[in-house]
Each structure stands twice: as structure tokens, then as C-alpha cells.
Design a protein around this ligand. Structure first.
Ligand code: CP
Length: 307
């Protein structure tokens, strides 16, 4: 594939190739050889119109470990604040020789538009409430390395599904890889048609306590208050009481089950510190795996046989 814009871009074979390549990258990164020459002479631009800690830093680390030249572009402090359009910004980056553009943007669909304007590969690093495919890949990688498989796993994705690009990409990718997904949250935060629109067979449940004993993975989502305006409902306290993962709820999970969160977390709201910092939590591991997975994505897009 030339671009990675959506979890739907990956069939099972391609997704598995990315995960296997990430496992090889992790082996290299953990040894004496910290850097590979694979992308020497290639230029990766990180184009971020929205704030990010994990995704931006891990794409930068991934590109540098593959010896690519990296240009970090943040909309704040650029000519975007003078009104320059996404297209003109993209053409400027292309003129500077970008082989890949990693883009985060508040508008759903912005990476798809960008892919029409630039010659290089475009990687969606999160667009509005739409998708975040490399997050889904690193989540799948983490599940596979902790639990040994993806096929047949039962994954509960819990919370603010309505605003979650992480949830959408995970539903698409996990369904492709044979996992069963149940979306859990208040009715106000789960789109009515999401199961049919994304992956038929995905269940929806409004009762977290009913789901917990039956899952292999519980993935807590951040409540995205910044995207809710004044319509935030239920209240933070009510939300934590009904949908927050605390110690007593965690202890109702099967013994082998893991707890995930893409970060950043609202500690005390969707997840308590006791759970976030427990041995069941893979939150820090997810961040580390993000570098290997993004190395694999950049390597396969830029260094593989498709160029
Ligand atoms: N999970 C994630 O996308 O985090 P950042 O917003 O910090 O990149």
C-alpha cells in the first residue's frame, strides 16, 4: 500500500506483516544496534495541526532509528496561523522533498485530501473523530505480545466511543484480525449505527459490569471533553461511577485479562490510578510498542518493494 489512512486499508495479511515487521524492529531496537540504515536519504515530515505527545514523539523516534531525515512541523508558530491552507502547506512540504507525511489534523478526512495533493506516502496520525490507524496497530501488537494471539480474543472498548478515532480504527483492525469487539459506554457516547457502519458483528452494551467477566482485553477510552462543547453528559462523577475502571471492577476481570488505554488519561475519571499503574495495565508498554510499530509502517511504506 502507498498510504495508511484507515484501519480498513489493511487486510489480514498486510496487518500481520506490519505486526511481524514491528516485532523484528523491536528486536533490533533492544540490542546494541539502535539504528538501521533502511531509510537513509528519505525525508519524513511530521505535520501536526493538533497537540500530541506519544504519536509525534514516537514517529520522530521511529524515523530517526531508520536513519531518515525528519522535519517536525507544528501548525502553531507556522504560516498556518496567517491563514495558509492545508493544500499550500502540503505543496510547500513536497517542494522540500518529503517522501512521507505523517499528519494529525482536527478535521476528519484531512489525511485523505492530503494524499491527493502530495506524491509521497501519507500516514494518518489521527484525524478529528475519524481514525488513528497506527494506534490500532500498536494496540493489536500489544495484545498479541501479551496474550499470544488476536484471533478469537474478546475486546471491550469502553467509554467515549462517539469522539474516538482510536475506537474506530480498533474496531476495523481487530475485526479484520479475527477478534470480537464489544463497545461499552453511555448511550449518549455511542453512535447508534457504529456497528453496522464499521464492522457487522461488533456488539454494543451499556452495562460495563455485565461485560467485564467475559473479556480478554478492556480498552478504556479518554473522555474527550474538549470535543463536547456544552453538551457534556453524564457528569464526571456519574460517568466514573458507571463507566470508570476502578480496583473492584478490575478484580472482576478474568485473571489473564489486560487493561489498555491509548493515553492521555483522565486519571480518576475513566480509569483510577490503582488500575492504570497495576501489573495488568499495558499503558506504558503500548507507548514503547508504538515506536516499533511506526518503524514498521515507515519501513514498509518507504523502504519496501512498492517504490
Ligand atoms: N494516543 C495518542 O494518540 O496520544 P497523543 O495524543 O499523545 O499522540
Amino acid at each position: 500500500i502507498r498510504h495508511l489512512l484507515s484501519g480498513a486499508d489493511l487486510d489480514a495479511a498486510t496487518a500481520t506483516l506490519v505486526l511481524d515487521t514491528a516485532a523484528e524492529m523491536a528486536t533490533v531496537a533492544g540490542r546494541e544496534v539502535k539504528k538501521l540504515p533502511a531509510l537513509r536519504g528519505r525525508t519524513v515530515v511530521n505535520l501536526f495541526y493538533e497537540d500530541s505527545t506519544r504519536t509525534r514523539i514516537s514517529f520522530e523516534a521511529a524515523a530517526k532509528r531508520l536513519s531518515a531525515d525528519v522535519i517536525n512541523f507544528s501548525a502553531k508558530g507556522s504560516s498556518v496561523t496567517k491563514g495558509e491552507s492545508l493544500k499550500d502547506t502540503a505543496l510547500t512540504l513536497q517542494a522540500m522533498g518529503a517522501d512521507a507525511v505523517v499528519v494529525r489534523h482536527p478535521a476528519s478526512g484531512a489525511p485523505h485530501r492530503l494524499a491527493e495533493w502530495v506524491d509521497g506516502s501519507v500516514v494518518n496520525a489521527g484525524d478529528g473523530t475519524h481514525e488513528h490507524p497506527t494506534q490500532a496497530l500498536l494496540d493489536a501488537y500489544t495484545m498479541r505480545s501479551r496474550l499470544g494471539r488476536l484471533d478469537g480474543l474478546h475486546v471491550a472498548i469502553v467509554g467515549d466511543v462517539l469522539h474516538s478515532r482510536v475506537a474506530r480504527s480498533n474496531v476495523l483492525l481487530l475485526s479484520t484480525l479475527g477478534a470480537k469487539v464489544t463497545l461499552v459506554g453511555p448511550p449518549t457516547l455511542i453512535p447508534v449505527d457504529i456497528s453496522a457502519a464499521l464492522a457487522p458483528g461488533t456488539d454494543v452494551c451499556y452495562d460495563l459490569d455485565a461485560v467485564l467477566p467475559d473479556v480478554d482485553v478492556v480498552m478504556m477510552l479518554r473522555v474527550q471533553r474538549e470535543r463536547m462543547g456544552d453538551s457534556y453528559f453524564p457528569s464526571a462523577r456519574e460517568y466514573a461511577r458507571r463507566y470508570g475502571l476502578d480496583g473492584p471492577r478490575m478484580r472482576r476481570l478474568p485473571e489473564h485479562a489486560i487493561v489498555m488505554h491509548p493515553g492521555p488519561m483522565n486519571r480518576g475519571m475513566e480509569i483510577t490510578p490503582e488500575v492504570a499503574d497495576s501489573p495488568r495495565s499495558t499503558i506504558v508498554e503500548q507507548v514503547a510498542n508504538g515506536v516499533s510499530v511506526r518503524m514498521a509502517v515507515l519501513y514498509l511504506l518507504l523502504g519496501g518493494n512498492n517504490r
